[in-house]
Design a protein around this ligand. Structure first.
Ligand code: SF4
Ligand code: SF4
Length: 424
């Protein structure tokens, strides 16, 4: 089996096909700290793409309450358990080896593509097809909190020296919202699994699509996508999945006169938790682009982390982990970079704070940004660290470098005129 380089794992890993990369990669950052589970994103997706007969239970975008919620039910618990059973106690991270090629250390366990060999299974990746019952609810167990402290040993899938140094209070009773769409993975499980070669990754933007004319509904993608994002449609008997609203990504929506746009679920986000973009790829590596908000948050500051990197698909959805969730749970979900991410997010410096203001401020894709310095407006201590806030202005630009959004760190203050109290 060929080997490919997976930067999230910090090592080469087996995959069905040789390495082949797009010119740009579709990426997104979700800030789990800000989500209010209003499900506007879910409905934006539903009303755009899956409102037809046979798609009633199809939610390409869903927001689930962790730790109990899941769509389909128990999806991550089940795949984590399968990974653990294939390599008991050995799926650990080594965080002593960290550099630019291995920004989160080295994963020394097995991925979903490596597990079959371990257990003598003749397929591309381990997986399972959820039952019809498991697809019934987009957020089963909504707002159900976990009542006891989560411990590593109880779940048993994360191990190693994680170098934890933060002292934030972790809540004993907790839940948080996890927003999910297809991750348009670099090494997709769905693509590797398809016996018809009906699934492909676009050269221009890395979006992963199912060719509806080639698909014969074998459900291998449903089985071997660890995130359970391809879905079978009973009326057509073929599979469908998130298409990353590609006409918008291509700039074909007449609304913006050619400017490339974020997907519908991103653009609709009420909690302003989402920022989506494209990163340049060269020779299989992300090009260093400090002025690209995606590159800056994911690769440079490492404040946004991949979802279950240990699965090995190199997902291109990234998350800012929730601050008060027990670390062992977050580390199992987002890898060993959780402490570093939360440390920065809790006490952001000027640049980071400015970029965080860009989330959900425009429907257009922000390709680059710059920050104009403003006056100091606030100073305090957060968990023993000095925090100074400046009213900086962050400016977002489109692909051509034209300004498309301008926001300040301090929100503007509007006074309603007496004669029009209901207006601003
Ligand atoms: S999340 Fe699943 S469906 Fe999407 S690209 Fe990755 S493996 Fe394929
Ligand atoms: S629209 Fe935004 S805030 Fe609302 S549920 Fe979706 S991700 Fe969360």
């Amino acid at each position: 089996m060929p080997e490919v380089y997976n930067w999230q794992l910090g090592r080469r890993a087996t995959y069905r096909y040789e390495e082949k990369h797009p010119k740009e990669q579709f990426t997104f950052v979700f800030n789990t700290n800000r989500c209010i589970a209003c499900q506007t994103c879910t409905m934006a997706h539903k009303s755009t793409w899956t409102f037809s007969k046979g798609q009633e239970y199809m939610w390409w975008n869903n927001v689930e309450t962790k730790p109990y919620g899941g769509y389909p039910q128990f999806w991550d618990w089940k795949i984590l358990k399968m990974l653990e059973q294939s390599n008991p106690g050995q799926n650990v991270w080594n965080v002593r080896k960290v550099d630019n090629e291995k920004p989160h250390g080295v994963y020394e366990g097995v991925t979903i593509f490596e597990a079959p060999e371990k257990i003598g299974l003749n397929q591309e990746a381990i997986g399972y097809v959820p039952t019809d019952e498991e697809w019934r609810f987009p957020n089963f167990g909504e707002d159900t909190a976990h009542g006891r402290e989560f411990t590593q040993s109880r779940e048993g899938t994360f191990g190693g020296d994680n170098g934890c140094k933060s002292v934030l209070p972790e809540h004993k009773i907790w839940f948080f919202y996890l927003q999910r769409i297809c991750n348009h993975c670099t090494y997709p499980g769905c693509l590797a699994a398809c016996p018809r070669k009906a699934i492909y990754k676009r050269q221009e933007d890395g979006i992963v699509l199912i060719d509806q004319s080639r698909c014969r509904g074998y459900k291998k993608c449903v089985e071997q996508c660890p995130y359970k994002k391809p879905m079978f449609r009973g009326t057509t008997r073929i599979s469908e999945k998130c298409i990353a609203c590609y006409p918008r990504i291509e700039g074909l929506d007449p609304l913006t006169e050619g400017d490339q746009m974020e997907t519908r679920c991103m653009a609709a986000c009420v909690g302003k938790i989402r920022l989506q973009g494209l990163v340049k790829v060269q020779n299989g590596r992300w090009v260093s682009q400090m002025d690209n908000p995606q590159y800056y948050l994911i690769r440079h500051r490492k404040v946004a982390l991949p979802l279950y990197p240990q699965f090995g698909t190199e997902p291109n959805g990234y998350y800012i982990p929730s601050r008060h969730v027990p670390r062992a749970y977050s580390q199992q979900m987002f890898g060993p970079g959780v402490d570093h991410s939360i440390d920065q997010y809790m006490v952001p410096d000027r640049n980071l704070l400015a970029i965080l203001q860009l989330f959900r401020t425009t429907q257009r894709i922000i390709f680059s940004y710059k920050v104009e310095k403003g006056p100091k407006i606030f100073e305090t201590n957060i968990h023993g660290k000095k925090f100074t806030m400046h009213n900086d202005t962050v400016i977002g630009m489109n692909r051509k470098g034209k300004e498309i959004i301008r926001v300040t760190v301090e929100e503007p203050f509007y006074v309603r005129p007496e004669e029009h109290p209901g207006a601003i």
